[in-house]
Design a protein around this ligand. Structure first.
Ligand code: AMP
Ligand code: MG
Length: 349
């Protein structure tokens, strides 16, 4: 398949191009597009064949449910059994935006889209290109991140093309994304609203609207022994090709430990990399050293993390060490992704 790459500037949107992209999705094809979180791989959420195509383009197991994207609140009713009071409150505060809510699904949503579940995940993105595309595609776009399964999610079109060229009909290049981590997912079908995946909308912000919110116990640890709520939560995610270890501790000790390890790995002829921050990065002796930004600027770290993980792959780094981050606020989402990328390999010093 020949993948057409087009550039759409959100300030001056070319409506003819948006219509063309929408028609591809309506006809059962796939289009990758920018959102505020990461790039999405979009297909018609109500067409079971489209969902199957998404799974095969990504190489993703088909029991890992997709998120359905809408652009208008009036579209929600048709795909869910009911809209609970909490959903109205959350939508009023956080939609459009990086929050995904889980509802009981209506008959309209095929099980191919929900990975066989009786529930459906719904998000209303704020990115103007995403919103225009969803409307042009008929209103319901199933869209996981536009990466091959298991790889870091793409935050720039270059990495979408790297993973998807020849596998989908079109890629819309809309420049760099703003947030850089996937949406927060909250389950509204459980007894208490429960965060299944942390994201830009933090637990604290959700609690301001809902009062109490629970956290899925599998969220920050390797294996709680519990069956995951969503099948997708059991899969390894976000990983670079090299072996990644997180080193947690006081900055000076972390630098010393990592440099000692790197010395040994270099003797074994391994290509080494470090993911650090602006103040520490010059102190490392790895072959490839990358900063995710200012340690105090979590929004910047969130935006840079996947790009830096991909750059480790670009440089064919075999052994990677990353600094650790706090888990308050947005830090929780950052560490959730980093821990998954590292397969929960953490050294505390
Ligand atoms: P993404 O990888 O960004 O496409 O997000 C998909 C993830 O959303 C899945 O791996 C699940 O963790 C979650 N998800 C989607 N639909 C559901 C659902 N119906 N119930 C629970 N989690 C879901
Ligand atoms: Mg993904």
């Amino acid at each position: 398949m020949n993948t057409k790459v087009i550039r759409i500037d959100e300030q001056h949107m070319d409506t003819a191009l948006i219509e063309e992209a929408g028609s591809i999705i309506k006809a059962g094809g796939l289009v990758a597009f920018p959102t505020e979180t990461v790039y999405g791989l979009g297909g018609d959420a109500l067409n079971p064949q489209s969902s199957e195509k998404i799974y095969s383009a990504k190489g993703r197991p088909s029991d890992n449910p997709l998120i359905v994207h809408i652009a208008d609140m009036e579209k929600l009713n048709a795909i869910v059994r009911e809209v609970p009071e909490n959903a109205w409150k959350l939508a009023e505060r956080f939609w459009p935006g990086p929050l995904t809510m889980i509802f009981y699904k209506s008959e309209l949503v095929p099980r191919e889209t929900t990975g066989g579940l009786d529930t459906v995940a719904v998000r209303m993105p704020v990115h103007p290109v995403a919103r225009a595309l969803i409307r042009a595609a008929g209103g319901y776009v199933a869209a996981p991140s536009a990466n091959r399964s298991g790889r870091p999610s793409p935050t720039v079109a270059k990495y979408v093309i790297e993973d998807m060229d020849g596998r989908i009909e079109m890629v819309i290049d809309g420049g760099d994304v703003e947030i850089g981590l996937e949406s927060t997912i909250i389950d509204l079908t459980s007894e208490k609203p429960t965060i299944l995946r942390p994201g830009y909308i933090t637990e604290q912000k959700l609690a301001q609207v809902l009062g109490e919110v629970a956290q899925d116990r599998t969220m920050m640890c390797a294996d709680s022994g519990q069956a995951p709520k969503a099948p997708g939560m059991k899969y390894r995610h976000y990983a670079p090709k090299g072996e990644l270890t997180i080193v947690d501790g006081e900055e000076g000790c972390v630098v010393e430990y990592i440099n000692t390890q790197i010395g040994q790995k270099k003797k074994d002829n391994k290509k080494t990399g470090v993911i650090g921050t602006d103040t520490s990065i010059t102190q490392y002796q790895a072959d490839v050293c990358r900063s995710v930004g200012n340690r105090n600027d979590e929004a910047e770290i969130a935006r840079e993390l996947y790009r830096v993980l991909r750059e480790m792959d670009d440089e064919n780094v075999e052994i990677i060490y990353a600094e650790s981050f706090g888990t308050v606020g947005l830090g929780q989402a950052i560490m959730n992704r980093l821990l998954k990328a590292a397969g929960h390999r953490v050294v505390h010093i």
